[in-house]
Design a protein around this ligand. Sequence first.
Ligand code: FAD
Ligand code: MLT
Ligand code: ZN
Length: 479
Amino acid sequence: MFYSVQIQAFRDLIGQTGVVDDPERIATYTTDQRQLFTGSTFAVLKPATTGQVADIVKLAARLGIGLVPQGGNTSYCGGATPDATGSQIVVSLERMNRIREIDPVSMTASVDAGAILKSVQDAAAAAGLLLPLSLGAEGSCRIGGNIGTNAGGLSVVKYGMTRDLILGVEAVLSDGTVVSDMRKLRKNNTGYDVKQCFVGSEGTLGIVTGAVLRLAPFPVRRATAWLKLAAGTPLAELLALVRRQSADLLTTFEFMTATSIALATDAMINPPSVGAGPGGAVLVELASSSDHLDLDGLMEAVLAEAVESGWVDDAYLAQSGSQRAAMWEVRESIPEGEKRRNGSVKHDISVPLSAIQRFLGLAGSTVRNYAADLELSVYGHVGDGNLHYNVLVPSGVDRIEFGREIERSLSLQLYDIAASLEGTFSAEHGVGRFKRHLLEKYGDAGRLAAMRRIKTAFDPSNLLNAGAVVYPLEPSSIR
Ligand code: FAD
Ligand code: MLT
Ligand code: ZN
């Protein structure tokens, strides 16, 4: 076999179980989450310790083999899968899945980077604490991947992105050096905040092997409501009203259009009787760790004011845990619903809150001009100014071809609108391999130059996830 010497060298280093070279078992690691691209690798390495990760990096550097770190492979921009050359090797952190410590006093979780997000949430909950990172893929994505993409999700409006939840990190650099900064400090002004370099770097600056995450008190009370919006409801103003009148106890403000809701409820056996008004719908949640607060009462007052404002036609407060779960199921099933319907071309837009309405207006007329019969699934984390402005692939049409055509034409118009409103083409999904050209097109030149210098300083041989996010040098100087 072509790479048999290299495979044996990795086996000698980390043992038989740590090296997978059976093509059938490798296949799931080489196709991206959206099945848009299949790369190639001659093996998947599964280290069990940080020391083994360091050994792998040193050997790979000696052999000139590129490394692609992988967590749950749930990311959307092709950053977790190797390229087509066959010369990159996948490093899966899945065996490094220990929860090292939950410290209820410091309110921290110290974990291996391969720990599944849901398992960390559960361990925190068992100690009466909340890991406030929550997303549809939480049952399969891993902390290292969340750090790699700086994942956002469903409660950013209250708790921030992954970046805001990281107190410490352990990572292996491209020469095998281990950065060991697993302290639980909220304050530590001792020079560059190196751990933050890894957040959102999509495996291009180091392989994260551990992290210390900030926890919050577990909410013992929640009030969850479904709001049907009047036509033309100004979302940012409604958000401001809800935040103000709920004493900022808001943890979720998720917008959905009628089409997105229908996609989600299509496959439900007992879909809840929620729907959209002419302006769509919003899922709102308030949470409190104190059981002295009457959250339902507070929510009822907020809803009454929202209806009075004329922006909300109708509002329902979940009356039970199962009603709440059903509302959440609708929101969380939208991506799966899109997949069932032949997929979508995703646009993970964010604009300043003050520009949301303008974006929706301009984007809507752009799409109508492009093709009046295109179907959109528009939803997202409006509390953070983040819209998933997705174009549905018509049934019976080749998904990949359609996606390419839209991305060549309409997508750029949508990104132009976002850029003209000081927004971005990627709010939370990252850049990976699929959006690198967009970073070149829309990124500030000075910021790009800084990114290249950081990449070059951390990884001068371009060993780590080459081809994702940014080239170490000017693209024109790459042969
Ligand atoms: P992977 O896909 O394996 O990797 C992601 C990137 O991180 C890659 O570039 C990889 O090389 C790098 N990486 C992985 N592990 C490491 C490591 N140990 N060290 C260094 N780099 C590493 N995302 C959101 O932000 N918000 C959402 O609401 C959201 N909802 C989703 C819903 C569904 C149904 C799905 C399928 C995905 C959703 N996502 C969402 C996208 C995805 O789940 C996130 O990007 C997640 O953080 C990826 O984690 P992962 O472990 O799967 O990472
Ligand atoms: C979500 O918010 O559900 C995801 O980030 C978007 C998606 O899966 O398309
Ligand atoms: Zn999202």
